[in-house]
Design a protein around this ligand. Structure first.
Ligand code: 6PG
Length: 225
């Protein structure tokens, strides 16, 4: 795992954007299409916003969601709405994008996404962007969630702590099928959990971000100033 720390939001943002652009460029040297899986939450929002202004060959990018809150389509808690306000501002530029359909039943939405992912070649994603929640969750994999042991690519979970009680999420199996994983963390208040993850001491049941610890190409960009 490569850990990069920053003391200012600006430096963290610039480095995160550069890393994503470079990873996309590197992939495009060998691939026609680059598949990108994006987390929600508030941390990546400025990064996605600034990516929208870059001259990236968007017509060779396919976007996927790491997780979604099962809330009405107009809700500000919907991760897809954050994506539409930022990187997907001009969605027509992209080769494709795959959002969870929360107008379907939870079960159907999960199934449609599972079937779509199952048709992809390996690696499922060339780059996956994850965050770490204050309880150590990543994607919508919360502590002690049965989804941590799922053999499917997509699962439903629930949280009593965070906005959007019912969730749709990629499983560890899907996340681990990523060529590169970039973890974006912003905030000193996440020091204890972020350090526990870096040291690899916790169990994934207690600290779900541990479910990807074994991955060989993880980059953690942490603004901890
Ligand atoms: C979500 C996310 C989630 C997020 C963490 C961290 O829908 O909430 O995809 O996994 O990455 O909650 O969020 P922050 O970095 O914004 O605290």
């Amino acid at each position: 795992m490569q850990v990069s720390t920053f003391t200012s939001d600006f430096d963290w943002l610039v480095a995160s954007r550069q890393f994503i652009c470079q990873t996309i460029q590197d992939c495009l040297a060998n691939e026609t299409i680059v598949r990108l899986a994006l987390s929600g939450g508030s941390t990546p929002k400025p990064v996605y916003d600034s990516l929208a202004k870059e001259s990236i060959p968007f017509d060779r990018l396919e976007l996927f969601q790491v997780d979604e809150r099962y809330v009405p389509p107009e809700s500000s808690d919907l991760n897809a709405n954050m994506l539409r306000e930022t990187i997907l501002k001009d969605a027509t530029l992209f080769r494709g994008y795959h959002l969870f359909d929360t107008a379907l039943t939870l079960q159907n939405s999960m199934q449609v996404y599972e079937e779509m992912l199952a048709k992809l070649p390996q690696p499922l994603f060339h780059l996956t962007i994850l965050g770490i929640g204050p309880d150590g969750h990543t994607a919508s994999l919360f502590p002690h969630s049965p989804a941590l042991a799922s053999d499917q690519l997509v699962a439903s979970t629930s949280t009593e702590v965070f906005a959007g009680r019912d969730r749709l999420t990629l499983t560890p199996k899907a996340l681990l099928a990523s060529e590169t994983i970039l973890i974006l963390v912003n905030g000193r208040e996440k020091s204890a959990i972020t350090n526990a993850f870096i040291e690899g001491k916790a169990k994934k049941e207690d600290l779900p971000i541990m479910c990807i610890h074994e991955h060989k190409n993880i980059h953690l960009f942490w603004q901890n100033g």
